[in-house]
Design a protein around this ligand. Structure first.
Ligand code: ATP
Length: 313
């Protein structure tokens, strides 16, 4: 497994306060990695450290084989960053913004013109490329900022709250762009977000941070298995259940709640569902539907954050 970023025993302090405390994890090449956490958790500080803009108080960060302290500027040549406040020139047009940043990064002129055209097309800005960025809607500005971060073919793209100020339509557009960019160019994406549904939709793996400490890291199925004991199933019936709900407490069924024609049962694992259904059939219950309830990242996230607050993690 190739790693784009390797973080080892990383701590960072501002004055006497720790913003990050003894972190160690890797980001794999080609994955979308989401860093989740409440305000002040340390997400932006992580992006700055990884890009060599801060020197860690202790620990080390390796990015694409380079050391973040000694080779920060080389790292920044290979990364693109979309910050919360997009650094666009409002008086310049979309096209002029891209050309300006491309030149700043030393992209050769003929390549830059071609790439700018491609990128404006891809981000749906081609037909309004000559308008001042300042006159764009928030959604268009964000697409332009993403286009700018992407212009130089970065090997790692850092996205800090990419949709925090966008409406649902623009959010969806930005999500679709991120997904298709990753498919086409096989970049690694390091996404910092408060939006759990964003991480759930886009990320291959998720890390949850609280007060600078890592609470958990894994894919959604891995985290579900780790932090959610049991799976809820909803069964709809044609007629109310005749028997006592406790009769459904067969092996592996942890809890049963019955109301009218609906049963909610918590089972230890998916494999228990057929025996629960068999028990209902044996009781002559008329089953209309059986639906296992998907555990959301939101449930896992709040569980982790509240455990952290109680000092249980
Ligand atoms: P948000 O979601 O609000 O942007 P964040 O997870 O990105 O939060 P950081 O901005 O990394 O969090 O901040 C982590 C901690 O470090 C906070 O307690 C913050 O106050 C502190 N901090 C960040 N930058 C500085 C700085 N330049 N000087 C002093 N303290 C700082």
């Amino acid at each position: 497994m190739q790693h784009a970023i390797v973080i080892e025993h990383l701590s960072h302090r501002f004055n006497s306060r720790y913003a990050l405390k003894d972190l160690a994890y890797e980001v794999r090449q080609g994955e979308i990695f989401a860093l989740l956490g409440p305000n002040g958790a340390g997400k932006t500080t992580t992006i700055r450290l990884v890009n060599g803009l801060y020197t860690p108080t202790s620990g080390r960060i390796n990015v694409l084989g380079m050391d973040s302290v000694r080779q920060g500027s080389q790292i920044r040549q290979q990364t693109g960053v979309l910050t919360e406040t997009s650094a666009l020139y409002e008086r310049l047009s979309a096209r002029e913004n891209l050309l300006f940043f491309g030149r700043l990064y030393g992209v050769p002129e003929s390549l830059l013109l071609k790439r700018t055209d491609e990128i404006l097309q891809f981000f749906g800005l081609k037909n309004r490329e000559s308008e001042r960025a300042g006159a764009y809607s928030k959604g268009m500005k964000q697409r332009l900022a993403l286009a700018r971060a992407f212009l130089t073919h970065p090997r790692i793209l850092f996205l800090d709250e990419p949709t925090s100020s966008l409406d649902p339509e623009s959010t969806q557009q930005v999500h679709e762009l991120i997904e298709s960019l990753c498919r086409q160019e096989e970049n690694t994406v390091f996404l910092c977000t408060h939006r759990l549904e964003e991480a759930e939709r886009l990320a291959d793996r998720v890390a949850s941070l609280n007060s600078g400490r890592l609470l958990a890291l894994g894919s959604l199925p891995e985290l579900t298995q780790q932090f959610n004991h049991g799976l809820w199933v909803e069964v709809d019936l044609l007629q109310p259940l005749q028997n006592d709900p406790s009769s459904l407490r067969v092996r592996g069924v942890i809890d049963v709640q019955v109301s009218e024609r609906k049963i909610r049962a918590q089972v230890a694992e998916e494999e228990i569902i057929p025996s629960l259904v068999a028990t209902l059939v044996a009781q002559k219950a008329q089953i209309v539907s059986v639906q296992p309830q998907k555990v959301t990242l939101e449930e896992i996230y709040f569980k982790l954050q509240s455990q952290a607050q109680e000092g249980a993690v």
